[in-house]
Design a protein around this ligand. Structure first.
Ligand code: URA
Length: 212
């Protein structure tokens, strides 16, 4: 897909999200938050769900935790936020920022899968446990954050790089330090000569519901 085709596809997905009224959180949203960034991005960041500032602007990761994420990205890697693609597992704000529910994740799954498949980045950075669980199930974020692994997803091989959610980094200095260190590791991953040769492989992720 060339860049123009990617832009058209991403706009089509965003329009579907904006027009969707099949969930209460979609009906109650001030703005849906499809995601934004470079259609040719080498890195896609996936968070959990929009918060209040995202709901009032329609843009992902622009509140307090988003500002930390965007600033740390640029300070450590030199990459500007507009050079990556930033999106969420769930595209509408859950009330009082509660955790997303399984039916909400499922209703938004196809849009995220298509966004990834259009962009086909080299690295997918998951922010927090919900986006991590999409690619690396049954692990604890405190054990695996900052450790890249290859995952086959929709027939493509991606480096999945699990990171803490920036909201967790805002809550405590320990996590904040680890969050920053992980961005330094991400910088090294982007340098082809330093990509570790021993990145472990996960089993392919099944995204279609099982028939049995
Ligand atoms: N937290 C998220 O997970 N996503 C956002 O877009 C904002 C805050």
């Amino acid at each position: 897909m060339n860049t123009q085709q990617k832009i058209e596809e991403l706009i089509k997905i965003a329009e579907e999200i904006i027009n969707f009224k099949g969930l209460d959180i979609a009906k109650n949203a001030n703005h849906s938050v499809p995601g934004e960034g470079d259609p040719d991005a080498k890195i896609v960041f996936i968070g959990e769900a929009p918060g209040q500032v995202e709901d009032s602007t329609g843009r992902p990761f622009v509140g307090q935790s988003g500002q930390l994420m965007r600033k740390t990205l640029t300070e450590t890697t030199g990459i500007k936020p507009e050079e990556v693609f930033i999106t969420n597992i769930v595209k509408f704000r859950p009330p009082d920022n509660r955790d997303p529910m399984p039916n909400e994740i499922e209703a938004c799954r196809d849009w995220l899968d298509r966004q990834i498949d259009v962009i086909r980045p080299k690295i997918i950075c998951t922010l927090g446990r919900y986006s991590m669980a999409k690619f690396i199930p049954d692990v604890s974020i405190s054990r695996v954050h900052g450790q890249p692994r290859f995952v086959e997803f929709l027939g493509q091989k991606y480096i999945i790089f699990p990171m803490y959610h920036p909201a967790a980094a805002l809550r405590g200095t320990g996590v904040l330090n680890e969050f920053k260190q992980d961005f330094n590791k991400l910088k090294n991953l982007l340098n082809p000569v330093s990509v570790p040769q021993n990145i472990p492989e996960e089993k392919p992720v099944v995204t279609q519901p099982s028939l049995f």
